[in-house]
Design a protein around this ligand. Structure first.
Ligand code: GDR
Length: 343
């Protein structure tokens, strides 16, 4: 068992909360960086807050001074940079803010780390979105062709990390994570939106779920498996970049079919394009329709990750089956509804 100290930025998000839990189980002291928010943003951390080895710290990726102070104060062995504006669609609405947090924020963190002279190891949350529509399957050597401000922000941050690594011999690694989901996924992301929608439809609180592009294909894994990959990267003697993915791809339409099957509903598709509908085969009710307002100005059509390097060098492999992950998410959302509906 280790007695290391870690700083996790973005600790209140899905990955931050799951990673903090993972590190606490490994006997780390964990300092979680959170943004100040007037509303409670600690829902995912409720079971960690009581842990004496878990500390919430205010800081901000747009405030380099706060990052320097935290590093000097905490003296972490490992830093996991998970903070960011993580919604691809939203990045088209707030491109400047996205780059400020996702790219300049990484620059500020790298500078703070360089200034601290501490030798702490850094994990940077890079993303499959950097690949854009580069041919699949994508691996560490695949050229970046980002097609969103988010993808561009992550690609630039990726290269900053590599540049600092080679210029200053930092132990800084990029984890190129493909889509990763869980019951802690934000409700604006398509998987959670679907599983919440399925639970609400079953409970009679909603009849029809509106989605955007049903044809987009993603490589969907379980976030719990992926945080282990982050940790493994920082346990290596040498820093490097690794793809973390399942190697399988499914469309948004297929995700929805599997999610509905968890409540015993078979969806059949009728119509095409913006008129396509997902219909309950048994009742004839329309449960999915297409809302063109949810289309993005530019879309990334297909991602399949090749994680053979992570398998070979880190001994990492996904543990959770896709169908089990979807079931877990639907069950969680059903339970949330049960807790709010008076019996
Ligand atoms: P993504 O995840 O953009 O891949 O980025 P998201 O779940 O937002 O979209 C996946 C695909 O589903 C399509 N889609 C919809 N998306 C949303 N959010 N809402 C909808 O209603 C909807 N309907 C269809 C999208 O167009 C897209 O093609 C995620 C994020 O977690 C990033 O931060 C991360 O880096 C990458 O995964 C890997």
């Amino acid at each position: 068992m280790t007695g290391k100290t870690a700083l996790v930025t973005g600790v209140s998000g899905q990955d931050g909360a799951l990673l903090a839990e993972f590190l606490l189980r490994k006997n780390y002291t964990v300092h979680g960086l959170r943004l100040y928010s007037a509303t409670d943003d600690t829902q995912r951390l409720h079971n960690l807050i009581e842990d004496k080895k878990f500390h919430l710290r205010y800081g901000d990726m747009i405030d380099g001074g706060s990052l320097s102070r935290l590093l000097n104060d905490i003296q972490p062995d490992e830093i996991y940079n998970l903070a960011g504006q993580s919604h691809v669609g939203v990045s088209f609405e707030v491109p400047e803010a996205t780059l400020n947090i996702n790219t300049l924020g990484v620059c500020r963190l790298l500078e703070a780390l360089r200034g601290s002279g501490s030798g702490a190891r850094l994990y940077q949350a890079s993303s499959s979105e950097m690949f854009g529509n580069a041919p699949a399957p994508q691996n560490e050597e695949t050229p970046h062709r980002p097609c969103s401000p988010y993808g561009a922000s992550k690609s630039c941050a990726f290269w900053l990390v590599r540049s600092y690594r080679s210029s200053y011999r930092m132990h800084a690694s990029n984890g190129i994570l493909f889509n990763h989901e869980s019951a802690w996924r934000g409700e604006d992301f398509v998987t959670r939106k679907i599983t919440r929608g399925v639970a609400a439809i079953e409970a009679g609180q909603l009849e029809c779920l509106k989605l955007g592009n049903l044809d987009a294909r993603r490589d969907w894994g379980h976030a719990r498996d992926y945080v282990e990959g982050m940790w493994l990267m920082l346990q290596q003697d040498e820093p490097d970049d690794y793809v973390i993915a399942t190697g399988e791809t499914l469309s948004v339409r297929q995700f929805a079919e599997v999610a509905f099957s968890c409540i015993g509903t078979r969806i059949v598709w009728k119509g095409a394009g913006v008129d396509e509908k997902g219909v309950n085969e048994e009742t004839g009710k329309v449960h999915i329709s297409v809302d063109p307002q949810l289309f993005r100005p530019n879309e990334l059509h297909m991602l399949i990750g090749d994680a053979s390097k992570a398998r070979r060098k880190l001994g990492w492999a996904p543990r959770t089956l896709f169908s089990d992950m979807v079931k877990e998410m639907v069950e969680h959302d059903r339970e949330l509804i049960r807790q709010t509906v008076p019996r």
